[in-house]
Structure formats: structure tokens, C-alpha cells
Ligand binder design. Structure first.
Ligand SMILES: Nc1ncnc2c1ncn2[C@@H]1O[C@H](COP(=O)(O)OP(=O)(O)O)[C@@H](O)[C@H]1O
Ligand SMILES: [Mg+2]
Length: 240
């Protein structure tokens, strides 16, 4: 579902190598957790996957479509939640969601049902008609999540989606991610919450200084031996 082949990206005319020859293949039905210390290159990778940044080298294919050459087709399969929920905050929640539903051409009936369901699960129903600039960080995060999923995209790309979510919403999101993948879809998300990654992900990739330094199931990362936690594996691998 997501094929990244040898992608690299530098900033400041090559001074900062943010992503260095990264290849990843995320399969249908898979929740993939993308971990790494601050500045490792997670957000840069994610921005390239969703077509906000072009790689200097390499290719990215989403659901059979090259993000650079078949951008519209590729983007139709993507639901993207950025790491900071800065949105059109003069709109109210419902206006924002209707705007996105229009962009993605979701019919009136279908959108009504999805909006009602998601707002209810996220506990946002009462705030739906309030302007977004009155929302807390967590509420903004939830309205952005709802908007990103309104067209039921096959591939979810979430950059630190649990930040700011209350326990009920974060529980719902995890369940919803699993259901999505059980239907043969894909979730790719970055997180610093290692306990969530450990319990939720089918596979985990760890990036450090732009390079993939480990990839596999929890068992594979442990080397099939003792019950080491993801935290101790992470700390060992990312030690300088
Ligand atoms: N717009 C930018 N201009 C210059 N350097 C950047 C920019 N965005 C990120 N970087 C640098 O690229 C590296 C990777 O950053 P990022 O992808 O945001 O990492 P992460 O999401 O893993 O914390 C860091 O060294 C960061 O300082
Ligand atoms: Mg980041």
C-alpha cells in the first residue's frame, strides 16, 4: 500500500540530511509504527509520503499511484493528520468538516453519518457548532482527525496522533485504527508513546538521523529472545 524506495531529503542546500536513503514497504492490513528521537526525520518522511515535500531522490507509491506523478490519484487514498493541528480556525467544526467533505466529494448522506459517528466517539458533538479557535489542542486534534477520515481513505498517515487526546478518545482512535486495518487498509503513524506502539503495531520501524536502524514485529525487534520492552530496545538502538 505504501512503497518508499531509496528516498532522501536534505534541507539548507544539503547541510541537513533529514532522510537518508530510506526504503519501506507497508502492506495492506498493517498498522505500522514509525519511531525515532526528536529530529530523526519522521515528519520529513511523512510530508514526503503525503506529497507536501518532494524527495531529492527516490520514489513513493501509494495504493499503486506515484505521489509525484499521479498526485491526485495518490492523495485520494490518503487521510493525513499533521503533527500540529493548525487549521482554518474561523470556521466552526461542522463548517470545517463540510468543507473537507466537499473537497473529497463525499455525498450528503454519507458525510452526515460519518460526522455524527466520529464527533460522538470523540466527544465533540456539543462543540460541533463552536468556532475552532475556541477549541483546546486536543479538540483541534480530534476535528482534524475527523476531517482527515471523512472520505474513508485506505491509507492513514498520522503524525503523532495521540498527542493531546484524552484517554477515551485515544482508546477509540486505537480501536478505529485496528478496525481500519482489519478491512485490508493501512495505518502509518509516528509516535513517542512506546507502550502504544508496542501493543498496537503489527510492525515497527525505528529511524535515527535519517536512517532506518531497525524494522520488524515486536518479536523480531526483541530477537526472539526474552521479554525486552520496546523502551529498552529503543534506548539501546538510538544511543549515540
Ligand atoms: N523546514 C526545515 N528546514 C530546515 N531543517 C529542517 C526543516 N524541517 C526539519 N528540519 C531538520 O530535519 C531534521 C529532521 O526533522 P523532522 O523530520 O522534523 O524530525 P522528527 O519528526 O523525527 O522530529 C532535523 O534535523 C530538523 O531540524
Ligand atoms: Mg516530527
Amino acid at each position: 500500500m505504501i512503497h518508499m524506495t531509496n528516498i532522501s531529503k536534505s534541507y539548507n542546500k544539503g547541510e541537513i540530511k533529514a532522510v537518508d536513503n530510506l526504503s519501506l514497504h507497508i502492506r495492506p492490513g498493517e498498522i505500522f509504527g514509525f519511531l525515532g528521537p526528536n529530529g530523526a526525520g519522521k515528519t520529513t518522511t511523512i510530508k514526503m509520503i503525503v506529497g507536501l515535500l518532494n524527495p531529492d531522490k527516490g520514489s513513493i507509491v501509494i495504493n499503486g499511484h506515484d505521489i509525484e506523478n499521479e498526485t491526485i490519484e495518490a492523495k485520494q487514498s490518503i487521510g493525513y493528520v499533521p503533527d500540529n493541528p493548525n487549521i482554518y480556525d474561523r470556521l466552526n467544526g461542522i463548517e470545517y468538516l463540510n468543507f473537507l467533505a466537499d473537497v473529497y466529494r463525499v455525498s450528503e448522506d454519507v458525510r452526515r453519518e460519518r460526522i455524527e459517528y466520529l464527533l460522538n466517539m470523540f466527544g465533540l458533538t456539543d462543540a460541533a457548532y463552536d468556532p475552532i479557535n475556541t477549541y483546546s489542542h486536543g479538540m483541534k486534534q480530534k476535528i482534524v482527525l475527523t476531517g482527515a477520515l471523512i472520505h474513508e481513505p485506505a491509507v492513514w498517515i498520522l503524525d503523532e496522533p495521540m498527542v493531546g487526546l484524552d484517554p477515551k478518545s485515544s482508546h477509540f482512535l486505537k480501536e478505529y485504527m485496528r478496525e481500519h486495518c482489519n478491512r485490508g487498509n493501512t495505518v502509518f503513524f509516528s509516535t513517542h508513546v512506546l507502550e502504544v506502539a508496542e501493543r498496537l503495531c503489527d510492525r515497527i520501524g525505528i529511524i535515527n538521523k535519517g536512517k532506518l536502524i531497525a524494522i520488524g514485529t515486536m518479536n523480531e525487534l526483541r530477537g526472539g529472545e526474552h521479554a525486552e520492552s520496546l523502551e529498552s530496545i529503543f534506548l539501546e538502538l538510538t544511543e549515540i
